[in-house]
Design a protein around this ligand. Structure first.
Ligand SMILES: [Ca+2]
Ligand SMILES: [Ca+2]
Length: 263
């Protein structure tokens, strides 16, 4: 089932002049990034808890944290519509909407906590509640429907949700956002390990996690990450966050194979 990815990796490896891996390679095959020799130096080659621990240190060191008020303008940069600089692209629905329509009314976009802020009760104080790596513009009504639900397949269509679905205990984004959501959730799990005054956030296999510091379902998130690999839009927002705002990266956008290497 992973052969398509191996072919893509082989092609990419040839393009950068490396020895092509065999086509029987597993998803553990390493991608390469411009940051492997620098930013990720202490993580490259590791797996499991050792990789997770190294990444935690890397993405938690020398981070600039921003206020919740500052998140508005930051999202206007990180999530700008590549085809219309006056607009942002909304998570879940894929709608392009005027940056100026930020707010709380019907027809506005607001600041969606992809890792629901009630899961671990971190709120909107500076920290996980203002971490741009999981904050996205979303339609006010779609955001309300998502609420604090865990992620899982199934449910019925969300009104104006772009193909997102919902049922009583879970939410599924439109297909094009599923990998993004998975990589945001797993970033949060590595970034927040309970050593900075906030809860240790972790994925699990449940839905209905409520206010516990967990987010499900891990097996579904892993499948979503595999099915929807990082896009140019996702890579650009990672870069903007790194260059302009927080100065840390989402490792799972740079190295999607690290999802399987840890979980
Ligand atoms: Ca995507
Ligand atoms: Ca954690």
């Amino acid at each position: 089932m992973h052969r398509w990815k191996s072919v893509a990796l082989a092609t990419a490896a040839v393009l950068v002049g490396l020895t092509a891996p065999t086509l029987t390679a597993t998803p553990a095959s390493a991608t390469t990034t411009a940051y492997d020799a620098t930013y990720y130096k202490n993580a490259v080659g590791k797996t499991g808890t050792s990789l997770k621990s190294s990444l935690h240190t890397i993405i938690s060191t020398n981070v600039t944290k921003i206020s919740y008020a500052a998140v508005w303008n930051a999202l206007m940069a990180t999530d700008q519509d590549p085809n219309n600089s006056s607009n942002v692209i909304l998570l879940y629905s894929g709608v392009s909407r005027a940056k100026s329509l930020n707010g709380g009314d019907v027809g506005d976009w607001n600041r969606e906590h992809t890792w629901a802020k009630s899961h671990g009760d971190f709120g909107e104080a500076i920290g996980p509640g203002t971490d741009l790596h999981h904050l996205r513009p979303a339609d006010v009504q779609v955001n309300s429907i998502r609420g604090n639900l865990d992620f899982d397949n199934g449910g019925s269509a969300v009104t104006n949700g772009g193909g997102s679905t919902v049922d009583s205990d879970s939410f599924a984004p439109r297909a094009a956002d599923r990998g993004d959501v998975a990589r945001m959730i797993l970033y949060m799990a590595v970034r927040y390990e309970g050593d900075d005054g906030f809860a240790d956030l972790e994925p699990n296999e449940k839905v209905g996690n409520g206010s516990n510091p967990y987010m499900g379902k891990l097996s579904v998130l892993k499948a979503w990450s595999e099915a929807d690999p990082p896009s140019a839009f996702e890579e650009k927002r990672n870069q903007v966050i790194y260059d302009t705002y927080q100065h840390n990266r989402n490792p799972f956008i740079d190295h999607p194979e690290w999802v399987e290497a840890i979980w």
